[in-house]
Design a protein around this ligand. Structure first.
Ligand SMILES: Nc1nc2c(ncn2[C@@H]2O[C@H](COP(=O)(O)OP(=O)(O)OP(=O)(O)O)[C@@H](O)[C@H]2O)c(=O)[nH]1
Ligand SMILES: [Mg+2]
Length: 405
């Protein structure tokens, strides 16, 4: 997808985005999974490799415009956009060679669009660390190396298959030329991987041919990553942890472009348990951190929104008396493609879209006066190639004389 300036986005085009929770064994992935999905799925337990098969659950993407549009349109209900989250088995050093739970779960990582990489930053003697001590920078390297090794193995297999195919077709054929381009890209990326760098960070601007090749192969290190340092509740409330400086240095050197946030799996699970209401648990944390007059807030909404940004997602809304519906699309999506997210028929029979900018009506009081919007020129007619903006409100017109959604 072209998002302007010849820049194409890596990764699957989908309105059902997925993210996997990845990290060493026993670092708090399932505890985080339960907190972010507000579910009892997964199997948090104080022993490594407690999670074997990936669990998944959907979370709503927080959106202030969604609730505001529900108010303005006086709709009966709202339907939020969602992100599907997978709790994946823990990695260990040597996983790419079959150590620990072996390779199976590396496939689970292959199928997600984005990665939440959980790293342990809390010190608690009674919680086992498979490397013997708490050292998040080392853990980041171990996980990155395993993903890179797996990509190298995968890349080698792809190249072998390509070489075979190239021997079977004429050197002057279009197919041969395409395979040659692919092989050259793979050779360059192999060198990059050998230098301990992820495919995603090879360059900022990919061209369409490169994106097509990379999307076909779904490399583990081509996925956007949000690094989540799991710290004690006290560190989370103080927004400090002794490892942060070194982690930022490591990211800048070895994984520039990855995002990084502090969170506390323990804090988040208590937050859900106590439903965010004042409790002895939170009173104690406030006392510990001298934050008696501070409002304690969950990191979960920001974590979901950061993943949304990393996946280059934006939203558009369809609004009517029955529902206000938030739809996920990627940056650079045209009006016609956006119509196809609702139903493929709408894409095929697309005529035009009436688009209202959220900013133009966000302070309006209900009931919505459509004639006023029209007279002020706030409803714009958009053609097939119109590039959707975040929070656009759209009414699609399709062939057959029907207004769709
Ligand atoms: N003190 C403390 N303990 C935690 C925290 N997060 C997780 N734990 C504990 O650490 C242990 C491992 O947590 P899990 O959530 O099962 O870890 P995991 O990464 O899913 O482990 P595997 O699935 O085995 O790879 C459990 O006993 C949790 O209660 C935390 O933030 N603070
Ligand atoms: Mg687990």
């Amino acid at each position: 997808m072209n998002i302007g300036g010849g820049k194409f986005l890596l990764g699957r085009v989908s309105n059902n985005p997925t993210s996997g929770i990845v990290g060493l064994a026993n670092v708090g992935k399932s505890t985080f999974f339960q907190a972010i999905t507000n579910s009892k799925l997964g199997n948090p337990a104080n022993y490594p490799f407690a999670t074997i098969d990936a669990e998944c659950a959907k979370v709503n993407i927080p959106s202030a415009p969604l609730s505001n549009l529900l108010r303005i349109y006086q709709s009966a209900k709202s339907v939020p956009g969602t992100l599907t989250i997978y709790d994946i088995a823990g990695l260990t050093r040597g996983a790419s060679q079959g150590h620990g739970l072996g390779n199976k779960f590396l496939n689970d990582i292959r199928h997600v669009d984005g990665i939440f990489q959980v790293v342990r930053g809390f010190l608690k003697e009674d919680i086992t660390h498979i490397e013997g001590n708490v050292d998040p920078v080392r853990d980041l390297s171990v996980v990155q190396d395993e993903l890179i090794l797996k990509d190298l193995e995968f890349l080698e297999n792809i190249r072998e298959r390509l070489n075979k195919k190239m021997r079977m077709v004429s050197k002057t054929s279009k197919e041969y030329q395409e395979m040659k381009v692919e092989k050259e890209l793979l050779d360059t990326l192999e060198e990059h991987l050998f230098n301990g760098k992820k495919i995603r960070h090879f360059k900022d601007h990919w061209n369409l041919d490169e994106v097509k090749i990379l999307n076909k192969h779904n490399f583990l290190t081509s996925k956007p990553t949000l690094i989540l340092l799991n710290v004690s509740p006290q560190d989370y409330v103080r927004n400090e942890n002794k490892f942060v400086k070194h982690i930022i240095e490591w990211i800048n050197e070895f994984s520039p472009g990855d995002k990084f946030l502090l969170f506390s799996a323990e804090f988040e699970s208590q937050f859900i348990e106590c439903k965010g209401i004042a409790s002895e648990y939170f009173d104690r944390i406030k006392e510990d951190t001298n934050a008696s007059d501070v409002q304690l807030v969950s990191a979960i909404p920001e974590i979901i929104l950061e993943m949304r940004r990393l996946l280059n997602l934006i939203s558009f809304f369809t609004c009517g008396p029955q529902e206000v519906h938030q739809w996920n699309i990627r940056e650079g999506t045209t009006a016609q493609e956006a119509a196809g997210v609702i139903h493929s028929d709408f894409r095929d029979t697309f005529i035009s879209a009436d688009v209202i900018k959220y900013d133009d009506l966000k302070t309006m009081e209900p009931p919505l006066n459509e004639s006023l919007l029209k007279s002020k020129g706030l409803i714009k007619r958009a053609g097939k190639q119109y590039i959707m903006h975040d929070n656009d409100i759209a009414l699609f017109k399709a062939a057959g004389g029907k207004n769709k959604k």
